[in-house]
Design a protein. Structure first.
Length: 364
């Protein structure tokens, strides 16, 4: 039976904030935007929090590994899109987790038997002037040397000159072992007046570069969202079809949190996904669910065990849920009702479940 709402369905654009009193203490340094990402009990701390309350949507046009790194640097989190193969999504998650702040995988690599011509073509292709010379030409091969623009002069050399003849060989390089901290790497860079420092493992294989400029960039992101190993936090989107295979792969890749990607979250299928997570991982794997737009939808997902709940049907500049399914609600009205349900649930159970407004901030 259909239910009719007599009150208007309002959007964010209908609301404005009323400014409060501004004192001398009202400066950015005194403001914290830290907010919980997953549920927690009264008197306890959440296991995951955001330093800024922003998450990028589970959409192919929005959330890939580069967005995840960029947003984590600012204190937010991305949920890698799930509309791709399990292997590709897991690989994106793994790339984010392997990207240590300040520690950069080598993006330009060459073999010692390549030529100056190859060096110039590679530089033209990717724009990098510093190249690792490895045994197999890979980013993680055994390091043999480095080529930078100071190692050659095009006007005085033949294009056929082998890299091995003009590279800076390993024995003349300053390197650091695996496990070196960013601060230790920076000290080495300054003590030896280096522009870059290769990090190698016990077998001599290249792991990362630490660049002078990247350390400065790292200092510019004090709110970066990282785990205990100083790796960026990243989420991953899942669905209610191949979750038996996708979830284990994403957990193995290092995903910090999962989220069911659906326009309609008040569904038995979402319960099945959450049940699978709890049966196989307990509370060690965090999972968000949604989307819902009313009190009943929130209560359902809360009782299912969701760690956070997404709110919204069809809001956003490119979402077509309302046009294709005929469902939805003004984002402001939906959020107000779900927030009230969240507060009631907290008073009743002592468990606070964060909600995420998905879309509709500008276009609704």
């Amino acid at each position: 039976m259909a239910i009719y709402f007599n009150e208007p369905s309002r959007t964010f654009s209908e609301y404005l904030l009323i400014p409060g009193y501004t004192s001398e203490e009202c400066i950015p340094d005194n403001v914290s935007l830290r907010t919980p990402l997953v549920k927690f009990r009264k008197g306890e701390e959440p296991t995951l929090s955001l330093n800024v309350p922003f998450a990028s949507a589970i959409m192919q046009s929005v959330s890939n590994d580069t967005m995840a790194i960029a947003l984590a640097k600012e204190g937010g989190i991305s949920f890698i899109y799930g509309s791709q193969s399990i292997e590709d999504e897991a690989a994106m998650v793994a790339r984010v987790k392997s990207y240590k702040a300040g520690f950069v995988p080598s993006a330009s690599n060459i073999t010692p038997d390549a030529t100056l011509k190859d060096v110039l073509e590679l530089k033209e292709c990717n724009g990098y002037s510093t190249m690792a010379v490895t045994e197999d030409g890979s980013a993680t091969g055994k390091l043999l040397g480095i080529v930078s623009s100071r190692d050659y002069r095009v006007s005085r050399m033949e294009l056929s000159t082998p890299v091995s003849e003009f590279m800076t060989p390993l024995e003349k390089l300053v390197t650091a072992p695996e496990g070196t901290s960013l601060k230790e790497a920076n000290d080495i860079i300054w003590d030896h007046k280096l522009n870059s420092l290769p990090i190698v493992d016990a077998a001599g294989r290249l792991l990362y570069f630490v660049f002078r400029k990247d350390y400065a960039e790292h200092k510019e992101h004090p709110l970066a969202l990282q785990d205990a190993q100083k790796r960026y936090l990243v989420g991953a989107g899942i669905n209610s079809r191949d979750y038996h295979e996708r979830i284990p792969a994403l957990v193995e890749a290092g995903a910090d949190i999962l989220c069911i990607d659906s326009s309609e979250g008040y569904s038995v299928w979402q319960k099945k996904v959450i049940d699978f997570v709890r049966e196989n991982y307990g509370n060690t794997v965090k999972i968000g669910a949604g989307n819902v737009v009313d009190r009943d939808g929130f209560r359902f997902l809360a009782e299912c065990g969701a760690d956070f709940v997404k709110v919204g049907n069809g809001g956003g500049s490119i979402c077509i849920t309302r046009e294709t399914k005929g469902i939805g609600r003004g984002q402001a009205t939906a959020l107000i009702e779900v927030a009230a349900a969240r507060d009631d649930y907290y008073k009743r159970t002592g468990v606070y479940i964060p909600i995420c407004s998905d879309g509709g901030l500008v276009h609704d």
